[in-house]
Each structure stands twice: as C-alpha cells, then as structure tokens.
Design a protein around this ligand. Structure first.
Ligand SMILES: NC(=O)c1ccc[n+]([C@@H]2O[C@H](COP(=O)([O-])OP(=O)(O)OC[C@H]3O[C@@H](n4cnc5c(N)ncnc54)[C@H](O)[C@@H]3O)[C@@H](O)[C@H]2O)c1
Ligand SMILES: [Zn+2]
Length: 351
C-alpha cells in the first residue's frame, strides 16, 4: 500500500463525454457516492474475479443483476457478447439504465462494448480490478471483442460515465497478472515520466502501487484528451506494441491458446528494440529482471514480422513505430520492413 496516498479524483475532459476517474482505496464499496444507482443495473464480471467485488456493487443498487462470464480472453467474443446482451434484455434494462464492469480488461472491453451497442448506447461505469485495466484499459473509451484469433476487431469508442479504481482489489490478483500490467506503467515512464521510471528503478513497486497507478492515469488522460480517437498523439501509446502484437500473435494467450505470454509481457519484449539508447535498454532489462517480466523469448522472427505486417499500422512495405531515443521522450518513425527485421535481429543478439 502506498504510504500517505489518500486517493484522488481526475477528470477526463472530453466535452460532453467528460467523466471522473476516482482513485481511492475502498472506493468500490462507496460507488453510490459517485453514481446514480437508483435504476436498473447490470453488473458484469468474470468467473476469475472474486465474486465479492461484483456483489459489493450490486448491494448498493436498487435493482441489480450480476452477469458472470467465463474468465479469460475467449470471453471477448460475439457469442459471449450476445449472451450478455440477452441477459441485459431479459432483466429489462432500458435506455436510462446502467452497465457496470467489475474486472480486468476482458470484462471492461466486453461490458463496455455491450453498453455501446445495447439500445444504441447506454451508460457505462468501469471498475477495473487488475493493474493492466487500472493503468491502461479502463480509461480512453476503447471497447471491443475479438473475431476468432483477431483481437479487438469489432468494437466502438464508448467512453464510460465514471471509472472507479480501488487498489484494494489488487490484493487478490495473482502476482503474474499484477506484474503483467506494470509493463504498461514502465511504458508510460519511458515515454513521458522519468519520476515514474525512477520508482521502478528503486524497486518500491508494491509500496508505491497507488502512486504508479495515479501517474499512469494522469499520463493517459492527457493523451486521450488531446486525441480521443487515435489520429495523432494517442499513437504514442503503441510504443512496444508493434513488435509486442507480433510476439503476442505467435506466442501469446489468444483464441484457443491458453498457455503463452500475457499482453504486458509481450509489450515488455516489444519495447526493448524500440529503445534507442543501449544504456537505457540495460536499465529497463534490470527492471524487468527485478519484477519477473521476460527479458527475452525465442520466437520465429519471420513469423513475428509477418504478423506485424498484417497489423493495421503497416502500409506499403513501411511501418510506423514509436521509438524512445532517451528516457521521457519519444518519436514516431516510419521504417522499411528491412529495418524492422534488423531490429528484431538486434534483439536476439543483444539479449
Ligand atoms: N480497451 C483498451 O484500451 C485496452 C488496453 C489494453 C488492453 N486491453 C484488453 O485488456 C485485456 C486484458 O486485460 P487484463 O490483463 O486485465 O486481463 P483479464 O481481464 O483477463 O484479467 C486477468 C485475470 O485476472 C482475474 N482477475 C481480475 N481481477 C482480479 C482480482 N482483483 N483478483 C483476482 N483475480 C482477478 C480475471 O478473472 C482473469 O482471469 C485484453 O483483452 C486486452 O485486449 C484493452
Ligand atoms: Zn497494451
């Protein structure tokens, strides 16, 4: 627990789509203070999230149903979406009613998309319970499901009305998931926040987790406010994700493949070749080693490259990537495929 961190409120300023992000220990039990729960509420969670959290939310509502989907990425499917929508309809959810997600990025992406399409869009509140979802996926309004092995291909921008980040819920999160989400925090530090990076170098991650979440939210908020639908500066968030997605496609947990690398682990690996300073890359590896993030993995370079070229960011034999020349700054570079092949090769030689 972070010493002395009493919680805070950030506001995502997006005109009429603006919303508050409450970061406070115990906030989940006090959701009623921040939201109108005097209507029908569908609380969506998954089977891996301790049932207590969704129950705590439901208990504060006048009239709630808890919808539990199976845990895991496979629930981000049209089939599960249909089942969630059917349960919302059966419960009699109307246009003025509410969907609350209680869980990680899987639940948030699925429930957010359900809220986006049900009756052409109803209110949505996100209560993230993993580091990854607290730091990254719960804010910014990207919602989606997968189609077969293709991730996030059916979705919508649908901003929540409120985000409740209660770090108490992390107490039950398995360590590997806890660390996985921190890769996105290291990303934020490398791109724009040397002080955040310093927390990782000092190794005070558990003690400083609330501060880490706060600094990540502040960073992402600023980016999303400038570029809500990713036409410009929001692309910076793709740092580590071009190679990361390639590795994820080949070695990640996806579709029916249930043993493999998690998203954050792939991003961690994907960031390394995009750091242009040898000294900084060394420091990042030391952090990974301390945390238990992978510092190398064997993969078929050509397969990863092929997956990267499938990626929507590849056009005409060139690909635009985000690179970090020095701690706290970044640039977008358009590289020919051959240069990427060299970068992947460098990664192998370097590790
Ligand atoms: N929308 C976005 O902007 C965005 C950004 C990044 C990632 N994502 C998506 O997020 C998803 C990954 O999210 P994730 O890493 O949170 O994984 P996840 O939602 O699958 O959660 C990880 C596991 O932890 C369990 N869990 C969740 N909270 C828990 C808690 N407090 N205690 C114990 N167990 C708990 C879950 O049941 C699950 O088994 C991916 O589908 C990815 O595409 C979306
Ligand atoms: Zn990511």
């Amino acid at each position: 627990m972070s010493e002395g961190f009493l919680g805070t409120k950030l506001t995502m300023n997006l005109g009429e789509r603006s919303y508050d992000i409450i970061l406070r220990r115990g906030a989940l039990q006090n959701l009623y203070q921040f939201a109108n729960l005097g209507r029908r509420v569908a609380v969506v969670t998954d089977s891996g999230v301790p049932a207590l959290y969704a129950q705590q939310v439901a208990d504060q509502c006048k009239d709630a149903v808890i919808i539990t989907v199976p845990q895991g990425e496979a629930s981000k499917s049209l089939k599960t979406l249909q089942s969630v929508l059917e349960q919302m309809l059966a419960f009699g959810l109307g246009r003025g009613d509410l969907v609350v997600a209680v869980g990680g990025g899987v639940v948030g992406d699925l429930a957010g998309f359900a809220a986006a399409v049900y009756m052409r869009g109803i209110d949505f509140i996100n209560c993230p319970t993993t580091t990854l979802s607290m730091i990254d996926s719960s804010i910014g309004g990207k919602t989606a499901v997968d189609l077969g092995d293709t991730k996030n291909i059916v979705g919508a921008f649908w901003q929540p009305k409120l985000v409740i980040v209660d770090p108490e819920t992390l107490a039950t999160l398995p360590r590997r998931h806890f660390v996985n989400g921190l890769a996105e925090a290291i990303k934020a530090g490398l791109l724009a926040d040397p002080e955040l990076f310093a927390i990782f170098e000092k190794g005070d991650v558990d003690a400083e987790i609330d501060t880490i979440i706060y600094r990540c939210l502040r960073f992402k908020k600023k980016i999303v406010e400038q570029d809500e639908t990713e036409h410009g500066v929001r692309k910076a968030l793709n740092f580590g994700h071009t190679i990361g997605h390639g590795i994820e496609a080949v070695k990640g947990i996806k579709g029916r493949r249930t043993n493999g690398l998690y998203h954050g682990e792939c991003v961690a690996l994907g960031m390394l070749p995009m750091i242009q300073s040898n000294a900084l890359r060394k420091r990042v590896r030391a952090i990974y080693r301390n945390l238990g993030l992978p510092i190398r993995t064997s993969y078929d370079k050509e397969k990863v490259l092929a997956e990267m070229l499938h990626d929507k960011k590849a056009q005409g034999g060139q690909i635009t990537v985000i690179r970090v020349p020095a701690l706290g700054c970044w640039q977008a570079d358009t590289l020919p495929i051959e240069a990427l092949r060299t970068l992947l090769g460098m990664e192998e030689a370097d590790a």
